[in-house]
Design a protein around this ligand. Structure first.
Ligand SMILES: *Cc1c(COP(=O)(O)O)cnc(C)c1O
Length: 822
């Protein structure tokens, strides 16, 4: 929460001009987003301007929600109806003013501030360090990855006097950004995780990026980094006095030596300190990235005065994965939000926001543990109560000693338990049906067991969808388009296998303009899940006409005959139906051709009960530059056909032609709207922007059994696999019935186990497949990645002569979909 300031104090702090009416209520919250306003009368709304977004356009909406204090740009004039009812603080640049306010808040904080930057691992190091430090201190940390020009101020407003240490992360994407972050954070201790190639486009060179990042440390007392990152080491040693640097290394010649002995899923870290004393830590990971991150954490915790025993206790609670907010299918149509890693207010707020953004369900249920290490308990639980009221929680199950104080603060049905075991016993008497259940607790409460109990049993295989990556891809395509161009997202075929309900819901949050499905049933399913966006139906049939009309689903019309049937159906109805005309310019699949035009034109005119919402065409080869002439002729024909139709209408339908490949290669033809498909799901088919998209889905399974075989032994049906030498195979729980293509048999496909590639041996079976894991350390239950980061769909598809589209959409519906925010 922000330190309490009145409007007048704010104005003088920010040197803002005050207009409108003033009040003396102190302000405690800063809001930049019109959603989720908790305490409007105590909130300051800051109108920020982004590339695609202007907060000033939301002043009215926010006013209606009760906010009366606005920080705006000096040339902004509120409408007459609100200018007399609210207070406007006018400044030259609201973002700078917000940052100034954050600097002020920072100056009131007495404890040390740790700032983390680097190309990878920032968020993990911050989370883990926060967890370890919370063994001894009350810790404020940035929620998730709030590390930008806007995110950092918001993180700083989360630093209260009750906190003893703050852990913040700083991220930049181009030059001249770090000074502002440094100025707000004023870190005492810095951690430089590493430097990689991410965001290379914002910098002229890696060196420039390094220099810019290092500006975060200009006033630090100490900077922690790893000696093996030669560029960082060389630069920091040149730039800063030696006494500021705390260097750690795998080998000798550093302040701290931390050597690793890996076991299968954990590792032993041997530490030698500057005074040459030795000690060991056990950590629950064995992958390189986690091991680097955790060693930053250990060195930082030592520097902040934790003893080795306390650090080890903190490490025991860490886990490599699952520190993400995850949405899982529960029993009886319920949805589970798994946030079992979280234990602070900022995290709780994010989880509740995420809950609020889901499809509507019967009840909102919260299962929550004590919040740990929070100082003034009563004040914290007051805030918890406020949050739960605001987010309209219907039912609460609390675990722990402190949390039961909510009894006096809330009026909803509640049950409390002394520990997780008692909760688990009592879950038998609870009946969840079509509810949404948020499970959030500190690590030591072991709420994984609660989630396990509530979720639908997931057989070995699951498809994990990263909703943040989806947002990233969506925004990437938005950057290729003008701000006014609309985006229709193709969620046909179960959203390319990803799961239409959740993805459509997420797109609704992202404010996509349109959705498209293949069949009416798919559209009806989305409507029943509360999706309100306009929906185009590519392949409607006559029997579905009444449903289309009733649920505002908008059919594609592609032939004269179909037009006629629909026109007759709609004649006596009391509302108009919106339709979309598919114009065939060379795809030769569906659509009106040149020769249909004159008849089409008269039918359009004779049937005003059908409103032409859009005209579109589909490109046959936008992904292949060798067909550029053909594509351009399609676009030309389309433009001509559109002109002829539009001349007969007294309104303007939308025009659209580009699919994902089209957006990448022919963005000058974006017209009024584009139709985004495969690109959103992380595959850039033209190859022009491969580096810019993130993989959104990971198909995973587990090892069911490991077998040692001898040279010459055969594997699987028809004895197709033959061991070339003595070795071992693993049987994995996925087969062609799950969508693991049988063409991957006999070495055409491979999977990842512990980050290493292992080929398929023998024929893929219906529910299982065998892989050759000779010379690899593999055990039953180990995780196997089928597709995902590190194993490209394009490469796999090519191996078996198909395209990524087919692999994505073939994943069977029996494979559980799990959604998360990373
Ligand atoms: C599927 C489809 C798209 C999307 O194509 P991508 O290649 O996945 O971007 C666009 N328009 C129509 C008509 C489609 O059927």
């Amino acid at each position: 929460m922000m330190q309490r300031l009145t409007q007048e104090e704010l104005a003088s702090l920010l040197q803002a001009k005050i207009e409108g009416i003033q009040s003396s209520t102190p302000l405690t919250d800063v809001v930049i987003d019109s959603r989720n306003i908790l305490q409007p009368e105590q909130s300051l709304f800051v109108a920020l301007k982004g590339a695609k977004f202007d907060g000033h356009n939301f002043v009215r909406e926010v006013f209606d929600k009760g906010i009366r204090t606005f920080l705006v740009q000096e040339d902004f004039s509120p409408t007459a109806s609100i200018s007399k009812k609210a207070c406007f603080l006018k400044v030259n640049k609201p973002l700078q003013a917000l940052q100034k306010l954050a600097s002020h808040q920072r100056s009131l904080f007495k404890g040390p501030v740790v700032a983390i930057t680097g190309s990878n691992g920032k968020t993990i190091v911050k989370e883990w360090l926060g967890q370890v430090l919370s063994q001894k201190f009350s810790v404020a940390k940035s929620p998730k990855s709030y590390n930008s020009q806007v995110g950092v101020p918001l993180s700083i407003f989360g630093m209260d006097p009750m906190h003893q240490v703050a852990v913040l992360e700083a991220g930049i994407s181009t030059t001249n950004e770090m000074d502002a972050l440094e100025n707000m954070m004023k870190p005492n201790l810095g951690i430089f995780t590493n430097i990689g190639t991410a965001h290379e486009e914002g910098f002229v060179s890696k060196n420039q990026k390094l220099e810019e990042k290092a500006r975060l440390f200009q006033n630090c007392e100490y900077i922690i980094f790893r000696k093996e990152h030669a560029m960082i080491t060389e630069y920091l040693e040149k730039r800063f006095p030696k006494k500021k640097l705390i260097i750690w290394s795998d080998g000798v010649g550093a302040d701290y030596t931390l050597t690793v002995k890996k076991e299968l899923s954990k590792s032993k870290i041997l530490l030698m300190r500057p005074d040459l004393s030795l000690c060991t830590f056990m950590v629950p990971f064995s992958d390189e990235a986690s091991l680097e991150n955790i060693r930053h954490v250990i060195v930082a915790a030592l520097t902040l005065g934790l003893d080795t025993k306390t650090i080890q206790e903190g490490l025991n609670h860490l886990k490599a994965i699952d520190m993400r907010l995850t949405l899982k299918p529960g029993t009886n149509q319920s949805l589970i939000i798994d946030d079992t890693y979280n234990n602070d207010l900022a995290g709780l707020r994010l989880a509740l926001e995420f809950m609020n953004a889901q499809r509507p369900k019967k009840r909102k249920i919260l299962i929550i543990s004590d919040l740990l290490q929070v100082g003034n308990t009563d004040q914290v639980y007051e805030e918890v109560a406020l949050l739960l009221t605001f987010y309209k929680i219907d039912y609460l199950l609390g675990v722990g000693k402190d949390i039961s104080c909510l009894k006096e603060k809330l009026m909803i049905p509640m049950r409390f338990f002394q520990d997780t075991e008692h909760l688990l016993e009592s879950l038998h008497d609870e009946f969840f049906d079509n509810d949404i259940i948020l499970v959030t607790g500190a690590r030591k409460f072991g709420f994984e067991a609660v989630v396990n109990r509530l979720q639908q049993r997931i057989h070995g295989t699951s498809l994990e969808i990263n909703l943040n990556a989806l947002t990233h891809n969506y925004n990437f395509y938005k950057t290729k388009l003008d701000a006014k161009t609309k985006v229709m997202v193709m969620v046909k075929a179960f959203a390319y296998g990803g799961g239409a309900d959740e993805i459509a819901n997420h797109l609704q949050q992202l404010k996509a303009d349109y959705l498209a499905v293949a069949y009416t049933d798919e559209g009806l399913a989305l409507r029943s899940e509360g999706i309100r966006l306009p929906i185009m139906v590519l392949n409607p049939v006559q029997e579905s006409f009444p449903h289309l009309l009733q649920h505002d689903l908008e059919p594609v019309v592609y032939s004269l005959q179909f037009f006629k049937e629909l026109a007759i159906f709609c004649k006596g109805q009391d509302k108009r139906m919106k339709i979309h005309l598919d114009l065939d310019t060379g795809m030769h699949r569906l659509g009106f051709e040149e020769q249909d035009m004159s008849q089409l034109l008269s039918m359009v005119q004779e049937n005003p009960q059908l409103e032409i919402a859009s005209l579109y065409t589909h490109l046959a080869a936008a992904d292949e530059s060798r067909h550029e002439d053909f594509t351009r002729s399609q676009l030309q024909t389309f433009t001509d056909m559109c002109e002829r139709i539009m001349a007969k209408l007294n309104y303007r339908p939308l025009r659209h032609a580009l699919n994902s490949a089209g957006i990448a290669a022919y963005s000058e033809f974006q017209l009024d709207m584009v139709r985004l498909g495969i690109g959103l799901y992380g595959v850039e088919v033209t190859g022009l922007y491969d580096q810019h998209l993130r993989v959104i889905s990971t198909l995973k399974t587990t090892v069911s059994q490991v077998k040692k075989l001898k040279k010459g032994d055969s594997v699987g049906y028809s004895r197709k696999g033959i061991m070339e030498k003595d070795g071992q195979i693993a049987t994995i729980a996925i087969g062609y019935a799950d969508g693991y293509d049988r063409r991957f048999s006999n070495g055409k496909g491979f999977v990842l186990i512990h980050g290493k590639r292992a080929p398929v041996i023998g024929n893929v079976c219906m529910d299982m497949a065998m892989i050759d894991v000779t010379d690899m350390e593999v055990r039953e239950g180990d995780e196997v990645i089928i597709y995902g980061p590190g194993i490209s769909l394009k490469e796999l598809a090519e191996n078996i002569g198909t395209i990524p589209y087919e692999l994505l959409t073939n994943i069977s519906s029996r494979v559980k979909r799990v959604y998360y925010l990373d």
